[in-house]
Design a protein around this ligand. Structure first.
Ligand code: AMP
Length: 125
């Protein structure tokens, strides 16, 4: 069920719980600003989620309210993970769903990294 990204941050959301170590995740990268782990229901041969360590509901919340250092750190982490996963030469796709029409289900900002095969059309017809 898509979420309303204008609501206050819910500290019990599943990615907050992964950040606190309360539930497991298949981690691929972690630094001061970001955590990356495999999506539990992959939609491509490589499907990694990168999340900021700060409590931000969505891309909208993050881009409006995060300090510049956190934004830079997060963006660098996304690029680093893509390189580390060997996605740059073949190519890959980034996706951040926001709110109802975006189909966002988890109310903590996450960037999807897809790769490992030609990904086809950007949006299904
Ligand atoms: P979105 O629709 O953009 O909010 O995407 C949420 C993503 O989180 C989906 O691709 C889910 O498969 C993924 N997901 C949900 N719970 C977990 C979890 N515990 N570990 C890893 N990925 C998850």
């Amino acid at each position: 069920m898509p979420i309303d990204p204008t609501l206050a941050y819910d500290h019990s959301n599943i990615f907050a719980r992964i950040l606190r170590g309360e539930i497991p995740a298949k981690k691929v990268y972690e630094d001061d600003f970001a955590l990356a782990f495999h999506d539990i229901a992959p939609q491509a041969p490589v499907h990694v989620l990168v999340i900021p360590k700060g409590a931000y509901v969505s891309w909208d919340d993050f881009s409006a309210h995060a300090p510049a250092e956190e934004i830079a750190g997060f963006i660098r982490a996304v690029g680093h993970v893509a390189r580390e996963q060997g996605l740059v030469a073949p190519g890959y796709r980034l996706l951040a769903n926001v709110g109802m029409d975006g189909g966002q289900e988890v109310p903590h900002l996450h960037v999807h990294l897809f790769g490992g095969k030609p990904l086809g059309r950007m949006i299904a017809a």
